[in-house]
Design a protein around this ligand. Structure first.
Ligand SMILES: *Cc1c(COP(=O)(O)O)cnc(C)c1O
Length: 371
């Protein structure tokens, strides 16, 4: 990591230090409160469980240190994404959404935003560069896209969106704030699923919205209060705990992902490999400009659906599961969901296993395909 990132990580780990008094636990307490003592004029810092919670507060402060921005947490990545879209868009507005990004975001837009009179336009991530942005209220980007790992140039996109008077929202789930920092490139809002690498232990769903504009964060907080889409205190605590080891896990996972991507690309049973850190990736130059790390997800195309299924079942250290970012390596064949990828495309989520143990396992599984 760069010295700037190192400071961010250290600050995030120590975010509670300044407010700790003798005898207080270093870890934030889990506060499962719906009611708070509230005599007289309601002035207490916490008043009712849907409005605020001290354990949410601890996680929001930690994430704020990590993002370098204000943060509101949500019970899932989708709740965070919905809050950002619903609070910023009005009937008649036009919004640009990636056609090859996270499927559920598109489904949310098509099912609910369209009904509210918002015009949805779709664009491939690689075609954002050529798209005329005039007349849009909001440009929503996801880079690298999930699952195809395509890349768009955020600096260029944000410059053109600003010129057109549009807000830019970036889904930074696949990269996390340690892998890519869209707010520093000028994005208005970052949305993310912390269900993935940030929590990283495959045991909780949570999401957040980050922005340097207080009014935007206040709007999503109001949305959260009024819709009642609030995280549980235990879930917030789990993510706070996961965050303590996030950088160590993320560094290991990104380093291993790169090693595996290189070796997979050279294996005869592999048709192609998609990884932003490889020179063969068409967006590699842009990736080098805007990404701090190249991520934990590797796209591996095998000869057929059957080969992909066999590869996943033969590998001992690869759990068959959807999602990514966990400590345990997992994989799935994405076409099983109808994604616009090759039948044999495997999204490999690289975990924390030592690289050589993982590679010998993957090589063994690939060897079984050639026979
Ligand atoms: C998983 C994911 C989401 C949704 O997150 P949940 O926590 O499952 O609601 C959104 N965007 C991307 C890119 C994701 O991978």
């Amino acid at each position: 990591m760069s010295p700037a990132s190192d400071k961010i990580v250290a600050r995030t780990l120590h975010h509670r230090a300044a407010t700790l008094s003798p005898g207080e636990p270093l870890a934030p307490p889990i506060v499962p409160a719906s009611l708070y003592c509230l005599p007289g004029q309601p002035q207490a810092p916490h008043q009712y469980g849907r409005w605020s919670n001290p354990t949410w507060g601890a996680l929001e402060e930690a994430l704020a240190a990590l993002e370098g921005a204000e943060v509101a947490i949500f019970p899932s990545g989708m709740a965070a994404i919905a809050s950002a879209l619903m609070t910023q868009l009005s009937p008649g507005d036009r919004v640009l959404i990636p056609s090859d990004g996270y499927y559920t975001t598109r489904a949310l837009a098509e099912k609910y935003l369209a009904k509210a009179g918002i015009h949805i336009e779709l664009c491939r991530t690689t075609e954002y560069a050529a798209r005329d942005l005039s007349g849009f209220k909001l440009i929503y980007a996801e880079t690298p896209s999930n699952p195809g790992l395509d890349i768009c140039d955020l600096t260029d996109l944000i410059r053109r969106a600003k010129a057109a008077g549009a807000l830019v929202v970036v889904d930074n789930t696949t990269m996390t704030p340690l892998g890519q920092r869209p707010l520093e490139l000028g994005a208005d809002i970052v949305v993310a699923s912390d269900t993935k690498a940030l929590n990283g232990h495959s045991d909780v769903l949570l999401g957040h919205v980050a922005s340097r504009d207080s009014a935007l964060i206040q709007a999503v907080r109001d949305w959260r209060t009024l819709m009642g889409a609030i995280p549980g205190p235990f879930e917030a605590w789990l993510v706070h705990r996961g965050l303590d080891s996030f950088e160590v896990r993320f560094e290991r996972m990104c380093a291993t992902a790169r090693i595996l991507a290189e070796r997979l690309a050279g294996h005869r049973a592999v048709s192609s490999v998609r990884y932003p850190g490889l020179e063969s990736h068409p967006g590699h130059d842009t990736a080098r400009q805007q990404m701090i790390r190249f991520g934990t997800v590797v796209g591996v195309t095998l000869a057929s659906a059957a080969a992909a299924d066999q590869f996943i079942s033969e590998a001992r250290y690869v759990l068959p599961a959807t999602s990514f970012g966990g400590t345990h390596t997992s994989a799935e064949r994405r076409a099983r969901w109808g994604d616009q990828v090759a039948e044999g495309y495997v999204r490999l989520s690289v975990g924390c296993e030592p690289a050589e143990a993982l590679w010998s396992d993957l090589a063994q599984a690939l060897g079984s395909l050639a026979e």
